[in-house]
Design a protein around this ligand. Structure first.
Ligand code: PLP
Length: 477
């Protein structure tokens, strides 16, 4: 007979093996991944998958055939539906389907600059089109304006935010010039969980007869955006940020802007009112529309849950790390004494809920003594444990350079080196967060002990660190 001790050991190793077997095979493994990088991309929801399959082999919407009629209709209905959700209709606005928000953003900037340049030439003006944008914009905006600026096509002014990521409308107003042809400001930032006062900026833009474009990518599946109330003339969105497939985006334009500037296509062709050539990706359009419906079903409740996940995560982190305010890092005073290891949260203060993007948390481990902390290492550690987070905007992780967004909020190197973005989806759970916290604390601990911390420092972190039990090791290794 086996002794109790040996029996238990045997059982536990069987359990381990069976766990590993399933975790190595498809579905189980996916369930084991804790995905907290939803600002980078979301998984495709079932209604969006179904819609994609339903329309994947449809006729060409531009065809004369009677078979193309339902294809044209579904495209029009999709456009009308999405316009309606933004509080407008095709009577006053046009929905253009693009390959994603990068294309939508580049289109509006290039098309406005081109149209305005024509106007200036007609007026014999020596001025160039002038564009105002925030210093926090996504790369698709930043690189587009840089390119045009570099070849001398436009002048650009960047408006800098507060250390919490807020753009002050009065700072935008100060930058307006007689040749300003476009103000472009993102509604929600993809790294800092901050919302912009777009309504007020739009008021200022309209008072000065300037169109306002807003990159609404990170907010589009989370709040309904009334573009009239928010004074938006052009809106960009991207399907894969709200449970639709990648490669489909939206640009909503007011007809007043199209006609007033006489906007013309950047991708030439007769489709989509001549504003975006190329055979429409109907299946992706219908899929994105289905994803929008799905995302906005019970939206208020989902947003409440996202806020709860966020608060829970912060609360748990506070239990394990000495917490400090970001402003003490952005504006350090001589009196301020930093502890060896601290944690900060970036973005608007927690009590300013109306300014916060509910699914996003940007934190930083600030290691103030010894060898610097490395967020890339921590991210890799979490990756091995099947926890996916980001250390900034998705494209930056490759080059491992600190983001322009962090520079814009005056983040010192110690913050840049420790930053980690956690972005939830509607299906994430408290349990996943608890597991993340355990591994996060372990990851920090592991890195700090690998480095040259003093024994005293190690003990301090050791107290905070968890021991991961067998079952969790099984799932994550
Ligand atoms: N704008 C913002 C704020 C984003 O976060 C992203 C994607 O990360 C984009 C634009 C680009 O969107 P897409 O991937 O559809 O080109």
């Amino acid at each position: 007979m086996l002794s109790k001790k040996i029996r238990n050991k045997k059982n536990s190793s069987n359990k381990k093996n069976s766990g590993k077997k399933t975790s190595k095979k498809g579905k189980r493994q996916n369930n084991d991944i804790i995905y907290f990088d939803n600002n980078s991309t979301t998984f495709v929801c079932d209604p969006a998958k179904q819609a994609l399959m339903d329309w994947i082999s449809c006729y060409n919407a531009s065809s004369d055939s009677k078979m193309a009629k339902p294809v044209k209709q579904i495209l029009e209905q999709s456009g009308e539906y999405l316009l309606g959700k933004c509080g407008v209709s095709s009577a006053t606005h046009t929905a253009i389907f693009t390959s994603g928000a990068t294309e939508s953003n580049c289109f509006i900037i290039r098309a406005c600059a081109k149209a305005y340049k024509k106007k200036l030439i007609e007026m014999d003006s020596m001025l160039k089109p002038h564009i105002i944008c925030s210093a926090l914009e996504h790369h698709s905006i930043m690189e587009c304006v840089h390119d045009l600026e570099n070849i001398g096509e436009i002048d650009v002014t960047y408006v800098y935010p507060t250390i919490y990521g807020n753009i002050k409308p009065e700072d935008v107003e100060k930058e307006i010039k007689q040749n300003t042809c476009l103000i472009t400001m993102m509604f929600a930032n993809n790294e800092i969980p901050v919302l912009t006062n777009i309504k007020k900026i739009g008021e200022i833009a309209h008072k000065n007869r300037i169109p306002l474009h807003s990159d609404c990518v990170q907010i589009f599946g989370k709040y309904e955006i009334d573009i009239i109330k928010n004074n938006i003339d052009a809106l960009s969105a991207s399907g894969h940020k709200f449970y639709a497939p990648k490669g489909i985006g939206l640009l909503i334009l007011s007809n007043a802007l199209i006609d007033g500037y006489n906007l013309t296509a950047e991708i030439s062709g007769s489709q989509q009112h001549g504003l975006r050539g190329g055979t429409e990706n109907v299946a992706a359009v219908v899929s994105m529309t289905a994803a929008y419906k799905h995302a906005h079903n019970n939206r208020a409740k989902k947003n409440e849950k996202l806020f709860q996940l966020r608060s829970h995560c912060l609360e748990k982190l506070r239990e394990h790390f000495k917490f400090n305010e970001y402003e003490n890092y952005a504006y350090p005073s001589n009196e301020m004494k930093f502890e060896d290891l601290e944690l900060i949260s970036l973005g608007p203060p927690e009590d300013k809920r109306g300014h916060i993007l509910p699914n996003t948390l940007l934190i930083a481990i600030c290691k103030n003594k010894g060898r610097p902390f490395c967020n890339v290492e921590l991210k890799k550690y979490l990756d091995i444990k099947n926890i996916i987070v980001s250390i900034g905007s998705a494209c930056l992780t490759k080059s491992e350079k600190a983001s322009h967004v962090l520079s814009a909020i005056a983040a010192p190197p110690v913050v840049k080196r420790g930053v980690l973005r956690i972005s939830f989806n509607d299906d994430n759970t408290i349990m996943q967060i608890n597991k993340f916290i355990k591994l996060f604390v372990n990851g920090v601990f592991k890195q700090c002990t690998d480095l040259d911390l003093s024994k005293k420092e190690i003990n301090k972190i050791d107290k905070l660190s968890y021991k991961i039990d067998d079952e969790e090791q099984e799932n994550t290794d």
